[in-house]
Design a protein around this ligand. Structure first.
Ligand code: SF4
Ligand code: SF4
Length: 473
């Protein structure tokens, strides 16, 4: 019997993260990424400071006002009753994501995702303070001397400033930004503002500063299910294996393999194994290994490889946006695939429904609830009285003068806390009324359907109506 080797080590299930130090690169995709970043930052950081004239409500263009339960988006005011619009918006976002993913793979991750945008800025700070890849790698290996402490400390300090301003800006969407600014820095803001800003600061710092690609690989749910949206015709950042490897594989530039003609004659591929595509990758992968979960489709490896190809005067596109089918057959994918058309139609439908919902939002919400305790009262003159609770919510930015009418009950008398039937509802305001309806008894009738109608005295709004019942016994 052979002896068990007790000195044999168990395989490690945990592998510590190795920091990635991507090399900076110029190119079309880098320029596009930077443009998206500048646009996204300009919108996110400036929007809370944009002022907006309203008859009622805050003077802020975009504000999510929790205490008054109103979401202000320029001239659009969303009330709690309009929350279906939010559901519509989320459905539209989902279909748009499916459509874009079906068309060009994980492009959202590479160019528009918050994680990518903030990680990009944090990397830029690292680059300014510590230098490009080689200098950063050297600093990483260096002992904790004064230079390392200063550079690492300054980097984290600048990250924290960006993270804090991100957290504060997010909070500013939920309050009047200038007022919040003063209150926040004089220590008089609501504790929720400090907690929200603190949480956002910490999460931004951790996600964009320290976790980075780990968020994309291990935490992002989209990374997990994106593969089901791909097919052989989806455009993905791909390495052209046939061209790069030839029949004898990739080889570095060397004597006899300096030109394309020499390489092709020797069966060698166009990839010179310079590894620049790996060095620029923010998730640290080698695209030449094929499609990987960690690839966020940022296109930086395309810029890197194109730079190498341009330098040598060889055709660009060894790494490019290409479908699996194109790489196998050389046939360009058609944009009009069944799946993409389906996603496109669903996106258009969702957009149409959302716009329809926005342009057909009810200007007035009108609810009638019959009081059931007691359901009816027989008055001393023999008539029967039923009572109702009326709730009218004016979502317009102007006051409304509404005329109340009752239909479907003969000889009925309506009174609202007094004998008036004109209801004045303030702009963007709600009014509740207790309403009594009195009518003579009708022989053999126990219950009758009645209708309340609200007419805008200015004639601008259509008639609004609600049905309920009148009980004789
Ligand atoms: S492999 Fe290329 S496209 Fe994918 S994440 Fe890395 S650099 Fe970006
Ligand atoms: S950048 Fe291009 S040539 Fe260099 S290793 Fe990558 S694929 Fe090969």
């Amino acid at each position: 019997m052979s002896a068990v080797d007790l000195t044999e080590k168990e395989p490690e299930l945990y592998k510590a993260r190795e920091p990635i130090h991507p090399k900076s690169i110029k190119g079309r995709f880098r320029t596009f990424k930077t443009s998206m970043l500048v646009l996204a930052y300009a919108v996110f950081f400036l929007l809370p400071w944009v002022r907006w004239e309203r008859a009622v409500g805050p003077g802020q263009a975009v504000m999510f006002d929790i205490p008054s339960r109103r979401y202000y988006l320029f001239d659009l005011v969303i009330h709690p009753q309009d929350m279906f619009l939010l559901a519509g918006f989320l459905i539209l976002a989902a279909w748009l994501l499916f459509f874009v993913t079906g068309l060009v793979g994980r492009a959202f991750c590479g160019y528009f995702c918050f994680q990518t945008l903030w990680t990009d800025v944090f990397m830029k700070i690292e680059y300014w303070v510590q230098g490009d890849r080689n200098k950063r790698m050297k600093l990483e290996k260096q002992g904790w001397d004064a230079e390392k402490i200063w550079k690492k400390g300054l980097t984290i300090f600048l990250w924290t400033l960006v993270a804090f301003w991100t957290g504060f800006t997010f909070t500013a969407y939920w309050a009047d930004a200038p007022q919040l600014f003063v209150a926040f820095f004089t220590g008089t803001a609501n504790s929720a503002a400090y907690i929200t800003t603190g949480i956002l600061t910490a999460t931004t710092l951790v996600a964009a500063g320290f976790a980075r690609e780990q968020v994309c690989i291990y935490m992002c749910p989209y990374a997990r299910f994106q593969a089901v949206m791909f097919d052989k015709e989806s455009l993905l950042v791909s390495y052209d294996v046939n061209r790069g490897e030839g029949s004898t594989g990739r080889k570095p530039l060397q004597k006899g393999l300096m030109t394309l003609e020499e390489r092709h004659a020797a069966g060698t591929g166009d990839c010179i194994d310079c590894k620049l595509c790996v060095q620029v990758c923010p998730t640290g992968i080698d695209i030449r290994d094929g499609l990987q979960l960690a690839c966020i489709s940022c296109g930086l490896c395309i810029d890197a490889c194109n730079e190498i190809m341009d330098k040598r005067g060889w055709p660009e596109g060894l790494i490019r946006y290409a479908s699996e089918k194109e790489l196998e057959t050389g046939v360009k994918p058609s944009l009009f695939k069944f799946r993409t058309i389906g996603y496109g139609i669903a996106t258009l439908l969702a957009t149409g429904l959302l716009l329809y919902g926005i342009f057909n939002m009810k200007p007035v919400d009108f609810a009638v609830e019959q009081i059931r305790q007691p359901l009816f009262v027989v008055m001393s003159d023999g008539t029967v009285q039923n009572s109702y609770q009326l709730k009218i919510n004016n979502k317009e930015q102007v006051p409304l003068e509404l005329e109340l009418e009752l239909k479907g009950l003969k000889d009925a008398h309506v009174s609202i806390g007094g004998n008036f039937t004109t209801l004045n509802i303030p702009a963007d305001g709600t009014r509740n009324y207790l309403l009594h309806v009195r009518a003579p008894r009708e022989a053999g009738v126990s219950r009758q359907i009645i209708r309340f109608e609200l007419k805008d005295k200015s004639g601008r709004l259509p008639v609004i109506q609600q049905e309920t019942s009148f009980n004789f016994r």
